[in-house]
Design a protein around this ligand. Sequence first.
Ligand code: ADP
Ligand code: SF4
Ligand code: MG
Length: 332
Amino acid sequence: MMQPDTVLSVRNLNKVYQTAGSWGRPGSKNHVVRDVSFDMRQGEILGLMGESGSGKTTLGRLILQLLPQTSGQVMLEGRELSSMTMQALRPLRARMQMIFQDPLFAFNPRHMVHQILSMPLRLHSELVARHGPVDKQIGQVLAQVGLPQDILHRYPQEFSGGQRQRIGIARALILRPSLIVADEATSALDVCVQAQILNLLLDLRDQLGLTILFIAHDLTAMGLVCDRVAVMLRGRIVEIAPTAELFSRPRHPYTASLLQAIPRIGSRAAAAPFVSAPAKVAAGADMDHGCPFRMSCHWATEACARTGTTLRQFEDGHWSACHREDLELPGI
Ligand SMILES: Nc1ncnc2c1ncn2[C@@H]1O[C@H](COP(=O)(O)OP(=O)(O)O)[C@@H](O)[C@H]1O
Ligand code: SF4
Ligand SMILES: [Mg+2]
């Protein structure tokens, strides 16, 4: 059942890409997001981790309605988005915003900061009517992200990576969203700047009550900011739990393999010997049924070809798709 403070609710979300056939050969289906369901409560930072190609960005874009879904539901603040007309969706688009890895690619290089920050408000003039003149709102948002007020007539390429990311965050915030999808937002920054941006996200969550889906492959960053973490493998969420619980007591062998691969000072950065690194799925392997980790899992049994796709609750709030309750997996 949905809690009253639920901001985002995703139900049985699927995305299938159909590739065209050629030379008489049939096309193939790429099932990129598979039956994904989860909720986010207001003010929560949920981490989404998983190897490259597991479907994290696609899931983020489906939530923001930047891509059409194949099936399933996305509800923002109790309203189902996918069945809405473009016109009905328009004001809701302001309520959910994305922060990119390097916003430079998302900015028009011919636009100065003032234009970058004012453009979204011109598209959503209802926010000007409600919250006051554009320049006043720009001044407020620059203060929120810790940027000086005198940068408005400079171009984004004149700034450092950290400052550019602050401009990217300001552009997202100017529309007063309730939900932010941060897709690898700190991955391109060096460690010191990364820490500053992570702290900024935490401050903004505390001050504005933002709900943030934090997509990253850097588990250290994830451990610092996320209240809960979801682990994605080949389009499925295979484990979801409060961060400390997931890191210290993983319930899915794939999660354990990711955690063991985190480099630690004074130890060799290698996966534990009992979990092999995620292997490529063998051609023809049936990924519609069965655990998506079974080709690589040390503990796979015959049953794993038929199960391992549905999340089950182990402890309060700790869900895993692995059917083996007997495993004692090492955390960090
Ligand atoms: N337009 C597309 N057409 C076909 N396949 C796509 C398309 N976009 C992404 N994919 C595939 O979807 C999968 C997931 O991609 P993505 O969501 O970017 O993963 P991640 O963000 O976890 O690295 C990848 O296998 C990718 O090749
Ligand atoms: S369901 Fe089977 S293959 Fe999948 S993680 Fe669990 S033991 Fe391994
Ligand atoms: Mg991605």
